[in-house]
Design a protein around this ligand. Sequence first.
Ligand code: RB5
Length: 142
Amino acid sequence: MRFFIATDHAGVAIKPSIIEMLVEMGHEVTDLGPKDANRVDYPDFAHKLCYEVLANDGSQGILICGTGIGMSLAANKHKGIRAALCHDAYTAIMARAHNNANVLCFGERVVGLGVVQSILEGWCKTNFEGGRHAQRVEKIEI
Ligand code: RB5
């Protein structure tokens, strides 16, 4: 899988570990910033990532801020982006299986590295189930 990843200042510390986990799992990861912990506005990085995911067929995104909330709110403004704020493996698995989510959001101030590892594993091993879920996902866009 090709992943794009972006954070704000409140998600930048955990980012290297996330990239390492994904690369170890065999994925390709492009880091869209920021490079340091200077304060930035999370919507700027959410929008930057969404444009890349939409421009690169089949790619997915990972957005991290303090809570994951701001990132998910901003990302879901993009038609074609289904950003899911996940707190554990179960929500990550269901976001893929039932919602066909293509952007994973979480909060650095909410989850620790062990939980993040299980979120990533759950997300990456799960495909969209389609079927009855497909028509529901289609109805999300207005
Ligand atoms: C930054 O302090 C914080 O507000 C941001 O990272 C995020 O949690 C917003 O949703």
